[in-house]
Design a protein. Structure first.
Length: 219
């Protein structure tokens, strides 16, 4: 009803597993839509690298904004992280509802950008659990955005001569990443990156990162 669709209209259907079909609406009821497949669509809307954005927990409105934007830019997963300088808290009693809402936002953003996969919003984890992710061979590149320019590298240099399949990028909360956290990240194989000479807000940095990676791996 919201989309004002009717019988014989064409729609695009994805199964979240890289399969996309052009379909036609045969029957519409109050709670069900019956379709028939017209043709399989051969297209690739996903990044060649699976990028997970981890972020220090921020306020709900900002988190939802981040999820919407990075989904449109091709991010694979979003993980909230409990860090030293987090000022926002997530109420455990309302956790399931919040995760459900954020995944709904990701679904709508995926539809809008015609992606064939949905970004997955995971439950928050501790900083210690984040460090452990670098050791389970799930990611072949782990990065963290750090505003102190010394001993950091640019994304352009990282992607200059090598391709990566699974990438994890950490962005700090409003208060940034503490020195002790930065030290632990480096000790656990994370590479510090800079996002240029300007200091970006935490809700802007993930969008910048996804746009930059998209340009570097697809350009």
């Amino acid at each position: 009803k919201v989309m004002r669709m009717k019988v014989n209209d064409q729609v695009i259907v994805c199964d979240n597993n890289d399969n996309t079909w052009l379909c036609i609406i045969n029957i519409l009821t109050n709670d069900t839509v019956y379709l028939s497949i017209v043709d399989k669509i051969i297209e690739n809307k996903e990044l060649t690298s699976k990028v997970t954005i981890a972020q220090g927990i921020i306020y709900r409105e900002k988190m939802e904004e981040v999820i919407d934007k990075i989904t449109q830019l091709g991010a694979y997963k979003y993980i909230p992280i409990q860090m030293q300088r987090c000022t926002a808290k997530i109420n455990d009693e309302k956790m399931d509802k919040k995760i459900l809402r954020m995944n709904k936002i990701a679904k709508e953003a995926s539809e809008q950008s015609h992606r064939s996969k949905l970004l997955e919003v995971e439950r928050p984890i501790s900083f210690k659990e984040l460090l452990a992710l670098s050791k389970n061979n799930q990611y072949d590149l782990c990065l963290f955005a750090y505003e102190i320019m010394e001993n950091t590298v640019s994304l352009a240099n990282i992607f200059k001569d090598k391709k990566y399949k699974n990438i994890l990028v950490l962005v700090g909360p409003e208060g940034g990443i503490s020195e002790s956290e930065a030290m632990l990240l480096k000790e656990n194989g994370f590479v510090a990156i800079n996002l240029g000479p300007r200091i970006l807000r935490t809700e802007v940095a993930p969008t910048y990162i996804m746009a930059a990676i998209s340009s570097l791996v697809e350009g």
